[in-house]
Design a protein around this ligand. Sequence first.
Ligand code: S3P
Length: 177
Amino acid sequence: MTKPSIVLCGFMGCGKTTVGKVLARQLGWQFVDMDQLIEEQAGMTVSQIFEEKGEDAFRAMEREAVRRLSAKPSLVIATGGGVLTFPENVQIFHRAGCPIVLLDVPPEEVVRRLQGDTSRPLLNVPNRLEAIRQLHAKRLPLYQKAADLQVDATKPPELVAQNITLSLKSNKFSRNG
Ligand code: S3P
């Protein structure tokens, strides 16, 4: 029996890739990281795409990836932090029956986890802490509107993945929007 893919959503540094790999292993499903997929297809890093083609071009690549991935069953998909801030992308996943799971971490934890990281173009700004706070505040309501389930992602990845599986299995989630 094929099952709709599980989509992980949340701010940069919330652990979508780390938790996604663990969850995929626990379920015996394939893991897909959208940023990595886009990088492979473009033959460029996300930073290079932002620099050379611009953010709009990157968002178009994300939309295309969402379209293609939503048609495939039994994947654990780690989205990039911007993907589910676009209602069009949310709609595509929901129409395909994919549950969207928000990995929730406070901005202070994001700052701590991303210390020294230079791979996120949106965060390569002079006042990083302020940029994270502002972007996080702007995006959280969008993530929450998109998500069918929200989990505390400050816990160890194995525990977060188990919580996701248990909640989805017992249907302890409802669509918000
Ligand atoms: C972005 C998040 C990044 C990556 C790009 C833009 C965003 O992915 O897609 O730098 O807009 O939040 P991660 O959430 O995996 O860091």
